[in-house]
Design a protein around this ligand. Structure first.
Ligand SMILES: NC(=O)c1ccc[n+]([C@@H]2O[C@H](COP(=O)([O-])OP(=O)(O)OC[C@H]3O[C@@H](n4cnc5c(N)ncnc54)[C@H](OP(=O)(O)O)[C@@H]3O)[C@@H](O)[C@H]2O)c1
Length: 257
């Protein structure tokens, strides 16, 4: 039975990073489903984003936009309090936040380009943020209801798959994220035996994050955000609590750690 078929009532879903290419596509596709009651679209500037504003107009009352910085713990605690006041459980938590290059973070080609500030920024956004989100929302995840918790990782975070090197900060941060998700899967299994925590790889997708690196990607290997989101929603819906703590790609194939 798929995740959707296991639900006793229409789902409450939360997408963090809803202003990103993939996050917005997830929101749109979740809202298109009749078995999704509400989508909580969260991001730093979720209240001031044209794509989310369009979706809110198309789905009156079903899209809640919440501006919240994912590295601000008091703000995450306030988000959890607000959600708990609205409903007792969260059925789907999707974290689509992440960063390859930022104010400090670089897609380093060599050790000489590795800098402490860049590594720290990448670690905070790619590894710390998703764990803080899960931490603060745990009261809504625990219980005995089907509950998928999926975070976008990246195949380049796989140590076993690393044959090219480079991208030190991003690879290190995604590897750390994967370990954090594995720990969370073990703890959440005790708090909710119906939970399933997953790391997902979307494939190279045409978003702001990948745009500087698309030149050598063949056209048929560059996904639209809609395509990648649709594939990942299929992959996560097919996973059961027995799969918790695992890493999957867009094609439904397991990725080695
Ligand atoms: N695109 C790809 O080819 C690809 C491949 C493999 C994995 N992924 C992963 O997929 C996920 C989504 O990426 P994307 O391609 O959709 O990228 P994107 O369009 O750049 O979106 C990134 C999202 O992360 C949020 N974010 C970045 N820094 C943040 C911070 N400091 N605090 C809070 N939120 C922050 C952004 O929010 P703001 O709007 O507030 O900046 C945005 O919502 C990432 O985890 C990425 O690593 C992507």
């Amino acid at each position: 039975m798929s995740f959707w078929q296991r639900l006793a009532q229409p789902a409450q879903a939360l997408v963090y990073g809803a202003t990103g290419g993939l996050g917005l596509a997830f929101c749109e596709q979740l809202l298109a489903r009749e078995d999704v009651a509400q989508v909580w679209a969260c991001a730093r500037h979720a209240d001031d984003h044209a794509g989310l504003e369009r979706l809110a107009r198309q789905h009156p009352g079903r899209l809640q936009r919440v501006a919240v910085a994912g590295l601000d713990e008091p703000a995450l605690a306030a988000l959890a309090t607000r959600l708990t006041a609205s409903f007792p459980r969260l059925d789907l938590l999707l974290c689509a936040a992440g960063l390859l290059q930022g104010a400090q973070a670089r897609a380093e080609k060599s050790l000489a380009q590795v800098e402490q500030a860049g590594l720290q920024e990448s670690y905070l956004v790619n590894a710390v943020l998703p764990l803080l989100l899960i931490k603060h929302l745990t009261p809504l995840l625990k219980g005995h209801h089907p509950c998928q918790v999926a975070t976008l990782s990246a195949r380049v975070g796989s140590i076993g798959d690393n044959r090219l090197g480079g991208w030190y900060g991003y690879r290190m941060a995604k590897a750390a994220l994967n370990q954090g998700l594995r720990c969370a899967s073990i703890e959440l299994a005790r708090l909710n035996p119906e939970s399933c925590v997953l790391a997902l790889h979307p494939g190279t997708t045409d978003t702001a994050l990948s745009r500087p690196f698309q030149a050598r990607v063949p056209a048929d290997k560059l996904f639209t955000p809609d395509h990648a989101a649709a594939r990942l929603l299929e992959v996560l819906a097919a996973r059961t609590p027995a799969d918790t703590g695992s890493f999957w790609d867009w094609a439904g194939q397991p990725v080695e750690w």
